[in-house]
Design a binder for this molecule. Structure first.
Ligand code: UT7
Length: 329
């Protein structure tokens, strides 16, 4: 017996405090014009002290479970993609497990920065495909505002906070040998990549050797920007190839939301119709591992993404890591 992972429902949480570009601290010497032109960002949600990664993840998960009509005691695993855990250890997913009152199964975090959601999706999919679990809460949650240097205009204006969660459930796979028939709903493919030679391009300058230092994000944005479209392009090509698809077959392209110019580069490279691309970077800024599920959630809730449609997602981030997946919603 083979299984496929299907999306039962999706939910999200965004902090109440929404900060417009014009409301950023004056001493940053930035401007609405610079931020919009270089990134497409107009605003970002910033977490209050009680809105920790676990808190936001839990709220998003509750919404997804409610929408799926699935009780917490039916969930076998929580997989949380985050770069901003509540503590160095244990996994923030275990705190979410406790907050949800889940007394069974297992919970762990996945750390692949902005690619974290696609990495976690691939892990969840493999657990489900092998029949090891039936129901997974898959969450992307970040409180990036807590790890940026609020004196560094080159990074702090780019990021935002939030969380989104998917409930994935196992369905029988009609086709043979574990390969999902392309018309069946579910996760059709995942492709993960990393290149550790890019480790120093995006990191947090805090290590276990400097425990008293409060770390902050360091980013060599221009270098990352240069390789982004090419690396994302590779992952998109693999995703299409693996499913014998071409761009016109794709109903929705949901990219990681780091920079509108990177998204535009991918749109141009693949000649993607812009009306098929879900863009939320203007409203959410870069929410790292939460960006794709937040964008998916928005497009599902406003009725754009419909059951049975083909959705292609891609991400790139620290590591460097990059990834893609195709989901028949
Ligand atoms: O999601 C994880 C992966 N990360 C990414 O994908 C980020 C990829 N990189 C980017 O999105 C872009 O490189 C940035 C948005 C980060 C920066 O845009 P850029 O066009 O590469 O600008 P830059 O860093 O080369 O800076 C250009 C100028 C500099 O001034 P000078 O040296 O030319 O006088 C910066 O100091 O813009 C200045 N600058 C700012 N000015 C006003 C940098 N940040 C700001 C700011 N406001 N917030």
């Amino acid at each position: 017996m083979f299984f496929r992972s299907t999306v039962a429902a999706i939910g999200k949480y965004l902090p109440d405090n929404c900060v417009q570009n014009a409301d950023l601290p004056q001493q940053l010497e930035t401007s609405d014009e610079w931020i919009r032109e270089r990134t497409g960002i107009a605003q970002r949600h910033i977490a209050a002290p009680h809105e920790t990664t676990a808190f936001m993840a839990t709220e998003a998960a509750k919404q997804a479970l409610l929408a799926a009509g699935i009780a917490i005691d039916q969930v076998d695993a929580i997989i949380l993609a985050t770069t901003t855990p509540d503590n160095g250890f244990p996994a923030t997913a275990t705190r979410v497990q406790a907050l949800l009152g889940m007394k069974r199964g297992f919970a762990f975090d996945v750390q692949a920065v902005c690619s974290g959601f696609v990495y976690a999706l691939a892990i969840a999919d493999n657990f489900i495909k092998t029949g090891q679990v039936k129901t997974v809460l898959l969450i992307g949650a970040e409180a990036f505002s807590r790890i940026v240097d609020w004196n560094d205009r080159g990074t702090c204006v780019l990021f935002g906070d939030g969380a989104a969660a998917l409930v994935l459930t196992a369905a029988d796979c009609a086709s043979l040998n574990g390969k999902i028939a392309s018309k069946e709903q579910g996760i059709l493919s995942t492709h993960l990549y990393s290149d550790g030679t890019g480790y120093d391009l995006l990191y947090i300058d805090h290590t276990i050797d400097t425990p008293t230092k409060r770390g902050a994000v360091v980013m060599h944005g221009r270098e990352i920007f240069k390789s982004a479209v090419q690396k994302i392009g590779e992952a998109v090509e693999k995703a299409l190839e693996a499913n014998a698809l071409t761009i016109p077959d794709i109903d929705w392209f949901v990219p990681h939301q780091a920079n509108a110019r990177i998204i535009k580069g991918v749109i141009d490279r693949f000649n993607l119709p812009s009306e098929k691309v879900v863009v939320t970077v203007d409203k959410h800024a870069n929410t790292s591992a939460a960006s794709i599920p937040l964008a998916l959630c928005e497009a599902v809730h406003d009725g754009r993404i419909q059951k049975g449609q083909l959705v292609l997602i891609e991400a790139m981030g620290g590591g460097l890591t990059w990834a893609s997946a195709v989901i028949r919603w």
